[in-house]
Design a protein around this ligand. Structure first.
Ligand code: DAH
Length: 353
């Protein structure tokens, strides 16, 4: 076997599998070069002196030639793949862009813009939540009747662990925020929430936005000002009037239900004025027990929180009346109520897009 014969075999391999077969036939455990190397042991020192360099030379030549051929074949394979994956980036875009931004996305962007201007950061949390974050830390222990108020979706419990839930509200993000950062805290948390409920105004998945402020000396006045400023900016009207009513939520004390005044214009309800009241959101001062559960000293810090339905805000602002249509994916609805991709809400241009 000469070096020439060996390289001929290697070069003849037309793909990586064939090359590997040649490598095994030459250098594998029972390959021909390996067999030659084994004969060195039985030679006289003189024979070995002559044969050693020759056989080793064959091994080195084979190894080098295989590496070179491998690089060549891999390069060719890559070239071939790149050629098939070629994309023609010069294809023209459709004359009129299709698709639209869903009103829920639009409203969430509007809210983020409004609250960013007031110094709020956006926080997030998981949609599959543990019961401690969703209930217990929010002052709803296992036996608390308020747990039954949420028609909770429970997940199947994994091996001896407590069952997780699909979060029933965005309030657990309050807990995640307070356990991971120290006050002062100013966040909003928009996102999907889930409850086993379905009719014209309820869907099993809907959207909420949570607000949380924790600092020294925070009181109900801060809450009222924040909500008023937010709602005036959101509905783009200066005559938004709020009415705060005492209420109950386990995680706030005192708890406040907020109504917003509306008036009738051309036979339609529009927000603003005090012709009538509609319930809009829940809020209150963060319960000392909730602060304590998160390791925050309620003697030093206080906070307010609120939670509001994003879909409901969208319906009130943009005039839809059936919540279910939000999630039907009907193109006609999306075309009618959707927003252009470039209608980015900004305070200066009006968050109404
Ligand atoms: N988590 C409540 C719900 O889903 C809404 C809510 C009420 C949130 C009062 C708050 C709050 O942060 O303070 O019904």
């Amino acid at each position: 076997m000469t070096e020439h014969e060996i390289t001929a075999q290697i070069v003849a391999a037309t793909d990586l599998d064939a090359l590997e077969a040649v490598r095994i036939a030459l250098l594998g455990k029972s390959g021909s070069i390996s067999a030659l190397l084994k004969t060195l042991g039985g030679m006289t020192p003189e024979q070995r002196q002559a044969e050693g360099p020759r056989i080793n030379g064959l091994r080195v030549a084979a190894t080098d030639a295989i590496a070179a051929r491998k690089a060549q074949l891999e390069g060719a394979a890559l070239e071939a793949r790149l050629a098939t994956e070629r994309l023609d980036m010069s294809l023209p875009a459709p004359a009129t862009p299709r698709g639209s931004v869903h009103p829920v996305s639009q409203v969430m962007d509007e809210l983020a813009e409004i609250f960013a201007d007031m110094g709020f950061a956006v926080a997030t949390g998981p949609e599959i939540e543990d019961q401690w974050h969703n209930f217990t830390a929010l002052n709803m222990p296992e036996t608390h009747p308020a747990r039954a108020m949420h028609d909770t979706f429970y997940l199947e419990a994994a091996g001896g662990e407590e069952a997780k839930v699909l979060r029933t509200h965005t309030s657990p993000v309050q807990i995640r925020t307070m356990t991971s950062q120290a006050p002062p805290i100013r966040i909003i948390a928009p996102g999907r929430v889930y409850r086993s409920d379905s009719d014209a105004t309820h869907t099993p998945m809907f959207h909420q936005i949570e607000g949380l402020v924790v600092d020294k000396g925070i009181h109900l006045g801060h809450l009222k000002w924040t909500l008023e400023t937010f709602l005036k900016a959101f509905f783009e009207r200066d005559d938004i009037v709020l009415r705060l009513r005492p209420s109950y939520f386990p995680f706030t004390e005192p708890s406040v239900e907020v109504d917003v005044g509306f008036s009738i214009e051309k036979g339609k309800r529009v927000l603003g004025g005090t012709g009538g009241w509609m319930e809009l959101l829940g809020s209150g001062m963060v319960h000392p027990r909730v602060l304590r559960a998160c390791g925050i000293d309620p003697d030093e810090y206080s906070g307010f929180a609120f939670g509001v339905g994003v879909d409901r805000l969208a319906m009130l602002k943009y005039g839809m009346d059936d919540l279910r249509a939000f999630f039907d994916g009907d193109n006609r609805w999306l075309k009618h109520y959707g927003f252009g991709a470039l209608d980015v809400p900004t305070l200066s241009a009006g968050v109404g897009a």
